[in-house]
Structure formats: C-alpha cells, structure tokens
Design a protein around this ligand. Structure first.
Ligand code: ADP
Ligand code: ZN
Ligand code: ZN
Length: 736
C-alpha cells in the first residue's frame, strides 16, 4: 500500500489590485472556488495588499511562479457581477489601469482590509416588559422617563444615534435603564427607518405629463433618452414622476448631479418630496460616513441617491433608473487619475443593468444632440416655463459704443438702478475663465508673472497678495515695478472684487454679496450666502461660475454678463459650445419668479452668431450650425479623440519623450486615423514642470482603441517613459 496522497492542484485566481499597472494579477489558492467580488489579502512585492477576486481560471499561466493568496476577507461577494463588468469596461475604454478604476469603486474602509461590518455596527435598543410601577421607580429620574417615553410604540427599536440626538446627554440614563433591565440592546448593521417626505407633489403641467409619458414608454430594459427642457420648465418635476414610478416597483434610482456644493437646494427639494429615503454622496464626506452610505445603498435601505461623478460606481441592490442631470456639465469628466466621463460610464452602466437612463439639460452637449439627431437616443422636449414665468428678454450691449468704467457700461448701470428701485435682485456674472485682475506697469508694460508657471498672477486686494491660480504660489503686492522700478502700478481686468468695489461706489445703499471661491471657500459659507439671497437680504449678487448653475432665485429679475468675449476667440473647438451653454444657463437665472426677467450681455462683438443664438433663445439652431462646423473639421462627435499628456522637470526631456512616442505611434497607425504633432501645452510651464501633449483622432472608435491598446503597451515597456509623468485621456473635454 502506498501512502501517496494526490494533492489537488491549487486554483489560479485573477485578482484586481490597486496598482498603476494595466493588468490583473494571478495567485494560487488551495480550496474551493472563490466568488468573484470578494476581497482577498495577497502578497505584492514585499507588502500585503487587498484585492478583489475577478475570476477563477482553469489553468495557471505557464512559466510564471505564482504566489499564494494569504486569506479571503469576505464570505459573500461585496461587488456585484455588474460592477465587475463596469470596472473592466472603464479600464479598457479609457485605457487606464484597472487598479486605478478600483480606487474609484472601492470605499476606502474596505481597501484597508477591515471587516466589511467596520463602522456599520450600531447599538439598537428595545423596550423590555416594564414593571407596573415603573413610573414610580423613575419618579426622580426624568431623563430615564423621557427615554422610555421615546418608545412611543411597544415594539419599536431605536438607534443609539437617534436617542442621543433626541435627548441630549442621555448616555448615563441609558446605562441605568440597561442595568435595571428596562431596556435591552443589540449591535446591528446600520438599520434605516425611512421617513416619508412632507412635500405635496405638484400636478404635472400638460407638457410635463406628455414628456413623462414619452420617457416612461416601454420603461423596461435599456433605453437612453434625453430630456431637453428650457430653464425653468420643470425638468426636476418630470424626474420626480419617473422616480415615483420606480419606487412603486421597489427599485432604486441614481441621480447624478454636477457639483454637490451647488446642489443643496436640489437635495432639499428631493428630501421634501421623498423623505429620508434620499441620500447624498459627495467628496467632502469622511471615509466612514461614505462607507455607511455605500452600505445602505448596497443593502437597499435607501432608494434615491443623489451623487456627483464617482457615484456612478456605487453598488445598488436593485437599480432601476439612472438620471444624469445637467448632462452637459464639464464636471462629469474626471480631470486627473482615471479620466472617465461619468455620463459615458452611466450609459454603459444602464446597458449592463438593462435599465433606462435619462440625460437632462436645457443645453445638451453636442455629443448628445448628435446622438438624438441620428436616432440613437430618444429626444423629449419641454419648451415652456412653468406657470406665468417667461423666458427673459436678452439684450447685447455693444461695448464699442459705450464708455465703460470698471467693466460697467452706462446702460448696465441704468438697468441695475431700475432693478433696485423695483425692490428686485440683480445678478452680475463675471466669466473669469482665463481672465482675472493683474498688476500692470504702464511705464514698461510689465505684469506680475508666476515664477513657476507661464501665467500672470492674480491680484487679491483683500489680503494684499498676488496669487497664481495654477500652482497656488503667493507673494505680497510689490510697491514698485519689478522691471523698471516705477511706483505707479495699476490694476487691469475686472475681477469680482473690482466689480464689487465699483458697484459699492455706484450703489452705496445696496446690499452686495460676492460669490466666488475666494470669498465662499466652504460649502457652509456658500449655503449661508444662498440663504441670504433667498431671505431677500441681498440686492446685488456678484459672482463667477458658482452662480451660473442650477439655482432657483425667485427674486432675480436682472442678469448682467460683464464680459462674454474671451470664449469667442479661443483655440479650443469646444469654446463656442461652452460659452453659449454658460450664457443660457446664467441667463436662465433671471425671471424665474413672477417678475419678467432681463438679461444684458456686454460684448465687443454684438453681431457674433453665437451671441445672436443666445439672444434669440435658439440653442437648437446653434447646436445644428455648430455640429455642421465640427463635421467639416472632423472634430468630435464626428471623430474620436485621445490626448497623450506628459510632463517633466526639464523642457527637452518632455519633448523628446513625445517625439519618440509619436514616432512609435505612427509606425503602428491604423487606417483612417490621424496623429498630430507633439506640442507644448497652452501653458507650457506650470507648477515648475513642463507640460506637453500629443493629440490623435480616428473616424471610427474601434480603430482608436486598437491603436491605443498596442501603443500603451509599448510605452509601459519604455525605460524613458518611467522618468516622465504621462497619461492618456480618451474623449478629452479640454485640450489644455
Ligand atoms: P428646471 O430644472 O427645468 O430649470 P425646475 O424643475 O427647477 O426647472 O422648476 C422650476 C420651478 O417651477 C420650480 O420652482 C418648481 O417647483 C416649479 N414647478 C415645476 N413644475 C411644476 C408644476 N407642475 N406645478 C407647480 N410648480 C412647478
Ligand atoms: Zn504658478
Ligand atoms: Zn515697469
């Protein structure tokens, strides 16, 4: 007899690890199959890492000595098959390391390898059978009595957090009641007791009802639909109707929104309507809170989720609908790390789940417009504002004809005066993209430059400092010109502060609130300022992009755009689209209440077609004309682009790298693709580093992907590339 035992062959498991490499890692495992979506602890180099099981393989790869998985961390899969597919798609489509994508998917708490219950367990209390004389027993213990009374029904259970909130300082009393055996407690996984909303649903207008009908026809299965509704037409109300329908089917809803600091008002509206089953996810949350939310959504105890970009990777129990609000917004594109576009990922996700998705906007992106024009997406419109409110009248103020002081033309000043006299609010919008107050020497034309960037420093009068908006460098305001020593330096350009000052001088009685990131650098300050506007404690709002989005200001009847022009002559082919969207959005803040609104746009180019389109409320016509231009020029959406970006401490190194990159790319270039020449980035020197880029495009997306696939692989082998910071940006939204 032989005591030779046949040992079963170890399994080979593919694991996704958060490392910047474009591959999965294989490990050996002795034991039963591992479920995809569980976490494992594995050795990686000299350390241990937490990874996610992606697949079990039949055969280990040849010729490689594999290491063993240390342990599995979960019994049940934390990540669903759909999320596994979505991460794989995202990594492939954007040519990003899978591990980097997992960084967006996996809550930080789980990444640290903790028990998945970490931070989720909570004490939950129940009332025991009480002795008859409990009131007498507690006659000198008012807090304990109040605690007992908090259990307004005998069978209810209450969370520790809720008790402490309702009855401050009750911890000692809870202990006493536990000792008396009046209460019992148990540790549970974050239970949620949903409270209904208190708001009464609006009756949909005829137009809204018909839009809702079209949007919910054949509501089963994947469908991409666009809700194009002018500002104030009540898109949100239509979303609500769709959400109601999903809730009645026990489904969850993901609502993607641009930037959460700006959407407090929207969140409050959702809460009024749907109560505590609505939650908000944003980047400002602590890891533990974020994880709690993640868990609540995954376990299905919350139903409506309002989230920014990265929310597209949340786990859901029963996702039934995705809404992308303000789908044209650029903040959906992540601009560093994994450069994904949340709208594209959301559409893919809807496809994977086989559910409908709705893209909403007053000014849909040209990509989206093209998609509904060619019939790929369904197009539904809202053309009227709700109630009696009308679209504002838009006027272009010709600056060639006017004497302008501190950015304000006489006609603009006149309009502000009238608005204030009527007791209404005026909103002054300063488009500051690439435009800010700078210090200027009239004797020698010197301006204050940042030493680390090819950029002028911005003057911040309040803290008497010059600051670089690209790298953050600061210096004091010089008393004399650095170049010629002249003592008379002047302030050029209309920053928010400068405009605010001249408004104060012209309207000393008016209450002025400035909205920009210097003034309102926290969400709390921003909210306080918004509250003041709604409470009518503000007469004039002065601000930047912060003011252009989404807000519903019912008393604003005048919007003044100080300077529309720099978007008209930009090297970026998207500049006209962005300018028109922004002007329509900010103009849409006017006249949302009962008062008729007015929009004034100051410009040196009052005949420019983009501005005329804004004036005549012709977004559709603008989009068609712009798309025709793009088609002629072979720009997206009629071609597909990717941008290689590189930076290094030495200027020649970065150019040498891109030259060799382009050389290699051309040697493997497929048909119907185009490789531009490497160029310095519009701002070559930034933060002490030199930036350059290489743009490529293709008529067909498949050709672009095939090309990039081979190309990226080669760059990863390249020794020179390791000294250079490089990245690839698929479907870039900005060519800077
Ligand atoms: P949009 O997002 O399209 O700009 P909103 O959804 O913010 O428009 O609606 C604009 C305003 O009209 C909001 O104050 C909203 O409460 C109100 N509103 C929208 N639809 C209705 C309706 N059917 N009945 C009453 N008020 C409505
Ligand atoms: Zn700088
Ligand atoms: Zn000088």
């Amino acid at each position: 007899m032989s005591d030779h035992v046949i040992k079963p062959l170890p399994r080979c498991i593919d694991v996704a690890l958060e490392v910047p490499m474009r591959q999965l890692f294989s490990y050996l495992y002795q034991g039963a199959k591992l479920k995809p979506g569980i976490r494992v602890s594995v050795p990686f180099g000299s350390r241990n890492m937490v990874g996610v099981v992606v697949a079990n393989r039949e055969q280990p790869p040849d010729n490689i000595r594999l290491r063993e998985i240390h342990s599995k961390l979960d019994e049940e899969a934390l990540f669903s098959a759909q999320i596994l597919r979505l991460t794989a798609w995202t990594a492939t489509y954007y040519h990003q390391p899978l591990g980097e994508v997992w960084r967006a998917v996996m809550p930080a708490v789980l990444r640290k390898g903790r028990e998945h219950t970490h931070g989720l367990l909570e004490w939950v209390y129940e009332l025991n059978d009480l002795p008859e004389d409990w009131q007498t027993q507690l006659s000198r213990a008012p807090v304990q009595r109040r605690l007992i009374e908090a259990f307004y029904e005998p069978d209810i259970s209450l969370r520790h957090a809720n008790l402490v909130k309702a009855i401050p300082g009750c911890t000692a009393a809870i202990k006493a009641l536990l000792n008396k055996n009046f209460l019992s407690r148990e540790q549970k996984l974050a239970p949620v007791f949903p409270l209904p909303g208190t708001g009464i649903p609006n009756t949909l207008t005829t137009e809204q009802a018909s839009a809702y009908q079209k949007l919910s026809q054949n509501s089963q299965g994947f469908q991409c639909r666009v809700l194009e509704g002018i500002t104030g037409s009540g898109k949100t109300e239509v979303y609500f109707a769709m959400i109601d329908h999903c809730l009645s089917q026990q489904q969850q809803i993901l609502v993607l929104v641009p930037e959460i600091a700006l959407t407090d008002q929207l969140f409050a509206r959702f809460k009024r309507r749907f109560g505590s089953s609505v939650v908000q996810i944003h980047s400002g949350m602590s890891d533990v809170n974020r994880y709690r939310r993640w868990w609540e959504i995954r376990s299905g105890s919350v139903e409506v989720v309002l989230a920014t970009r990265s929310g597209v990777f949340l786990e859901f129990k029963q996702l039934g609908l995705i809404i992308v609000d303000e789908e044209h917004d650029l903040s959906y594109k992540q601009q560093d790390g994994v450069r994904y576009h949340a709208r594209s990922v959301a559409i893919k996700r809807a496809q994977i789940h086989d559910i409908p998705i709705v893209l909403g906007s007053a000014t849909p992106s040209l990509e989206t417009v093209q998609n509904f024009k060619c019939g790929r997406y369904q197009h539904v419109q809202l053309l009227q504002r709700v109630g009696n409110s009308k679209l504002p009248e838009i006027q272009l103020l010709d600056l060639n004809q006017a004497k302008v002081e501190s950015g304000l033309s006489p006609a603009a000043l006149q309009a502000i005066r009238q608005t204030l006299e009527l007791g209404q609010q005026a909103l002054i919008f300063i488009n500051r993209r690439g435009y800010a107050p700078v210090l200027y020497c009239p004797s020698c034309q010197w301006t204050a430059q940042c030493k680390r960037c090819d950029a002028q420093m911005t003057l911040h009068q309040q803290n008497h400092a010059l600051q670089c908006h690209h790298c953050g460098a600061r210096r004091g305001v010089p008393q004399s010109c650095d170049a010629c020593g002249a003592l008379e330096l002047i302030n050029l350009g209309e920053g928010t502060q400068r405009v605010e000052e001249s408004l104060r001088a012209c309207f000393p009685q008016a209450r002025i609130q400035r909205f920009d990131r210097d003034e309102l650098n926290t969400a709390l300050k921003l909210k306080a300022a918004m509250d003041k506007v709604h409470a009518r404690e503000v007469d004039i709002l002065v601000g930047t992009q912060l003011l252009s989005k989404g807000h519903d200001f019912s008393r604003v009847s005048l919007v003044l755009v100080i300077n529309a022009d720099q978007g008209l002559h930009s090297i970026d082919f998207r500049a006209p689209e962005l300018l028109v969207q922004q002007l329509i959005q900010v103009g849409g803040r006017a006249g949302r209440g009962a008062d008729k609104g007015r929009v004034l746009i100051q410009t040196f180019f009052p005949d420019h077609p983009s501005l005329l389109a804004v004036k005549h409320h012709q977004y559709t016509e603008f989009a068609s004309a712009e798309l025709a231009q793009r088609k002629l020029a072979h720009f997206p959406p009629y071609s597909h682009m990717a941008l290689w970006r590189a930076r290094a401490g030495a200027a020649n190194e970065v150019m040498r790298f891109l030259d060799s990159l382009a050389h290699h790319g051309r040697s493997i270039q497929p048909a119907e693709t185009f490789c531009y020449d490497p160029v310095k980035s519009p701002m070559f020197k930034r933060g002490g580093q030199y930036h350059a880029q290489l743009l490529i495009s293709a008529n067909r997306r498949s050709a672009l992907h095939q090309w990039l696939g081979g190309w990226v692989e080669q760059v990863e082998q390249d020794k020179l590339a390791r000294k250079i910071k490089w990245s690839i940006d698929v479907d870039p939204v900005s060519l800077f």
